[in-house]
Design a binder for this molecule. Structure first.
Ligand code: PLP
Length: 403
């Protein structure tokens, strides 16, 4: 047996999270795409069957009250809260990440202007130039709608780009392509120093590492739930609003679900108190309750332990790739420093067509994904990926690259 194979066995045997894999529906495939679509938690199918057959089929309209449908966005927000370092009452679940980016950015510009009334114009939105495209598209539209200028800069350039005209800065906690972890505490403090608001996109960090939203004074944050939170395809996203900002949160999509008295059916709009004022319309209950069931896998799991395992997995993967893959075939885009690494490894494929390499990997039972033009992405979801999986992935990658 190779040295790395026995090392993988030792690491798996000592892994305090190893048992969590049984909470998921998995097979022999090495699934390293949980940063795109998390695996299915085993409790979800029966829970959804109950929601459909009993809650919908038998209780029908009564379920809005009796099955807790109406309050699901806040209730499930409170389940996500401990995973991102938020107290209860700060998060609502609903809509897509894209829609929540829109709500957060426009609300932040409005709040920045209300605060600056009479002072300098707050007419600039700063956005991470390397962002996942949807965030950039939405930021551009939000800028057009609010009469702001859009300023795309890299996260490292943000402190130097801030001025007294900056209204809001939209940043990614972890870069979706390279897996680079950005300095959320430091950048948030810099944004606040310029009198602006910070909106963080947590799509690639929540469920993989501690975020500390309350601790670091983050203003607004958004994230999806179908990656490391395993909510299922298209499961609803979430929006965090810092507690002291909630009374000033001025939503650009003030639907009836965000009204103080939604069933008052008043023609006049009065926003609800607290996080529910970030709601819009009727929640998508089936997806939402699948997510609620999926969050059971986190019961008793400390996020710090998840982070420790995540770093050990990505370290071990890089070690195996270095040992198995001939020099010059791939190059890691993921930072070596732990403080700058999320929970994925991105390898630039220098020697072959990366799309073809990934297709062959998938056919050989190792599922990662490909991002144009030449990046192989491997996501390590610490709740169900083990060290044996990690060694096998690197070994199969080497085989694919040399044949
Ligand atoms: C996955 C992801 C999204 C997805 O947005 P949707 O509206 O849910 O499709 C947005 N932003 C980032 C950074 C992502 O990684």
């Amino acid at each position: 047996m190779s040295e790395l194979l026995s090392k993988a066995e030792e690491l798996d045997a000592a892994d305090p999270l190893a048992e969590l894999r049984h909470r998921f529906v998995l097979d022999d495939t090495v699934y390293l795409d949980g940063n795109s679509l998390g695996a299915l938690p085993a409790v979800v199918p029966d829970r959804i069957a109950d929601v459909v057959r009993r809650q919908w089929g038998e209780l029908r309209i009564r379920s809005w009250e009796e099955s807790g449908w109406w309050t699901a966005p806040e209730r499930i927000g409170d389940r996500i809260a401990p995973l991102v370092g938020a107290a209860p009452g700060r998060i609502v679940v609903g809509d897509s990440t894209s829609v929540n980016v829109f709500k957060a950015l426009v609300a932040a510009v409005r709040m920045a202007r209300a605060r600056a009334a009479g002072g300098t114009a707050r007419d600039e939105i700063v956005v991470d130039a390397t962002t996942f495209p949807t965030d950039g598209y939405i930021a551009r539209s939000a800028a057009r709608m609010t009469g702001c200028t859009l300023r795309p800069v890299t996260p490292a350039e943000v402190p130097g780009a801030l001025t007294d005209r900056t209204a809001v800065v939209l940043l990614n906690h972890v870069d979706y392509r390279t897996g680079r972890l950005h300095d959320l505490p430091g950048l948030t403090a810099a944004v606040h120093g310029a009198g602006a608001y910070a909106v963080w996109d947590l799509c690639h960090s929540a469920g993989a590492l501690p975020v500390g939203l309350d601790e670091h004074g983050v203003d607004l944050a958004v994230g999806c739930t179908y990656k490391y939170l395993n909510g299922g395809p298209g499961s609803p996203a979430y929006l965090y609003v810092r507690q002291d900002l909630q009374p000033r949160f001025d939503s650009p999509l003030p639907g009836w679900n965000s009204h103080a008295e939604p069933f008052g059916m008043s023609p006049d709009y009065t926003p609800a108190a607290g996080a529910p004022r970030a709601r819009v319309g009727t929640p998508d209950i089936l997806s939402m309750l699948a997510l609620e069931a999926a969050l059971d896998v986190w019961d008793g799991v400390p996020v710090e332990a998840v982070r420790t395992k995540s770093l050990a997995l990505t370290d071990f993967f890089l070690e195996c790739v270095t040992a198995y893959v001939p020099d010059g075939r791939v190059e890691s885009l993921t930072p070596a420093a732990h403080a700058e690494r999320g929970s994925q490894v991105a390898l630039r494929c220098t020697s072959a067509d990366a799309g073809d390499v990934m297709r062959r990997l998938v056919a050989s039972g190792v599922v990662g994904d490909f991002r144009r033009p030449d990046v192989l992405r491997f996501g390590f979801a610490p709740l169900y990926v083990g060290f044996g999986d990690t060694e096998r992935a690197a070994r199969v990658l080497a085989e694919v690259l040399v044949t």
